[in-house]
Design a protein around this ligand. Sequence first.
Ligand code: HEC
Length: 137
Amino acid sequence: MITMIKPALIARCAAMLCLSLLLLACGSDPAPTPTTAPAPTTAPLAPNTESLEIGGRVYYETCMTCHGVAGRGDGPGAAALESPPADLAVHVPMHPDADLFGFVSQGIAGTAMPAFGDRLTDDEIWHVVNYIKTFDE
Ligand code: HEC
């Protein structure tokens, strides 16, 4: 008996899953960007020790090569770029959190600033946003 129910159940679940994936895919179609939800205007993650630790790790692994240890735009890879990386200590305070999230997620068109939206999770981006806000002039 159980062996007869099981395949039917599995088939139903699979069908449901397909349907919800399809709905999800359709739902996100009109969105112009790959992000699923509009970015909030402030970082949704508190800049606590844990957040800054994760953000710092992401920064050193991903951003430091261009932006430099203290965010001054003097990383080892900076010299090879046509236009220099922004000095984050100066520029970060000029932008709301959502813009910073956007720069990191989408990159900055026409510059060497890459898009990290498909390499970092939203949470990782918010952590790194918290981290770059700690740079001081
Ligand atoms: C390949 C080099 C490179 C890497 C790697 C890189 N950036 Fe950039 N970034 C740039 C350049 C170049 C600019 C300046 C773009 C411009 O001219 O407006 C920039 C600009 C920015 C800005 C905008 C500052 C402003 O107000 O104009 C932010 C924020 C930023 N980067 C954060 C990051 C973070 C966070 C990471 C790591 C996740 C990162 N960048 C990785 C090259 C890089």
